[in-house]
Write a protein that binds this ligand. Structure first.
Ligand code: DGL
Length: 268
């Protein structure tokens, strides 16, 4: 059977997962959906997030996918069951895989307000590593600022400084990037955090989890330009702007298609 991954996020964030998967596994058939008309997901109610997850996975299912990759923590935290019910194929998520990467006894989690409120990261980390201190921090300003494409803005630096403060006060030893947009901020976060604090990127764990499906990693994949020949990128708004903003992260300007979903939940 042909392997075709259906991957989704509210916008740019899932590209952090796409990149890690393509680096590790080389050329793959992927259909990526960035639901840019409805970003951010993380400030929405649980009911809206569950409806959105159902709509997005239903759209992906119309494209002959063999596996769904939830490249979005917010839907993963609040609607994994919805995605599984809708997909009809296996679903790969982020949160359990990321929790398995934790080694430290004091851990910070940066995530969207909805993910933090769900407690999904806290539960997964505590279940795998009992006794771990988990300090969660909601970061409502990050996704809207990241989606502008200006990753060097003062607004982002100020927000990051505020969000990291409680984690540093709690003397965390590692920080989970609990939203797929946040790996785009790694240079900024490394700049603001002491060197001793390890950043945990769930995308790495997802790429590793896919070994079971896709086989061993391609040697030297990290040093090669991404092979995106079999990858389709679709968005629900602003295809050209999305292509521009995705370019630095992917190292090439992707072709981006504008698509329409059947939606009950509208844009903000
Ligand atoms: N990147 C997604 C996540 O991992 C969604 C962020 C958002 O749209 O608020 O949570």
């Amino acid at each position: 059977m042909t392997i075709r991954l259906g991957m989704f996020d509210s916008g740019l964030g899932g590209l952090t997962v796409l990149r890690r998967v393509l680096e590790r596994h080389g050329s793959l058939q992927v259909i990526y959906l960035g639901d840019t008309a409805r970003v951010p997901y993380g400030s929405r109610s649980a009911a809206e997030i569950r409806t959105i997850a159902s709509e997005v996975v239903s759209w992906l299912s119309q494209h002959q996918i063999s596996t769904v990759v939830m490249a979005c923590n917010t839907t993963n935290a609040l609607a994994r069951d919805v995605a599984e019910g809708q997909a009809g194929v296996p679903v790969v998520g982020l949160i359990g895989a990321a929790a398995a990467m934790v080694r430290e006894s004091r851990v910070g989690v940066l995530a969207t307000p909805a993910t933090v409120a769900s407690g999904a990261y806290r539960e997964s980390i505590e279940a795998l590593h009992p006794g771990t201190l988990v300090v969660q921090q909601a970061c409502p300003e990050f996704v809207p600022l990241i989606e502008t494409g200006d990753l060097r803005s003062d607004a982002l630096r100020n927000a990051a400084t505020r969000y990291l403060q409680p984690l540093m006060e709690a003397s965390v030893e590692s920080v989970v990037l609990g939203c797929t947009h946040y790996p785009l901020l790694v240079p900024l976060l490394n700049n603001l955090l002491p060197q001793s604090i390890r950043l945990i990127d769930p995308a790495m764990a997802v790429a590793g989890q896919l070994d079971a499906l896709l086989g061993k990693p391609v040697p030297g994949g990290l040093d090669q330009p991404l092979d995106m020949g079999a990858t389709r990128i679709c968005v629900t708004a602003d295809a050209e702007g999305f292509a521009d903003r995705a370019t630095p992260w992917l190292g090439q300007r992707p072709r981006v298609e504008l698509v329409q979903l059947q939606c009950q939940v509208g844009a903000f």
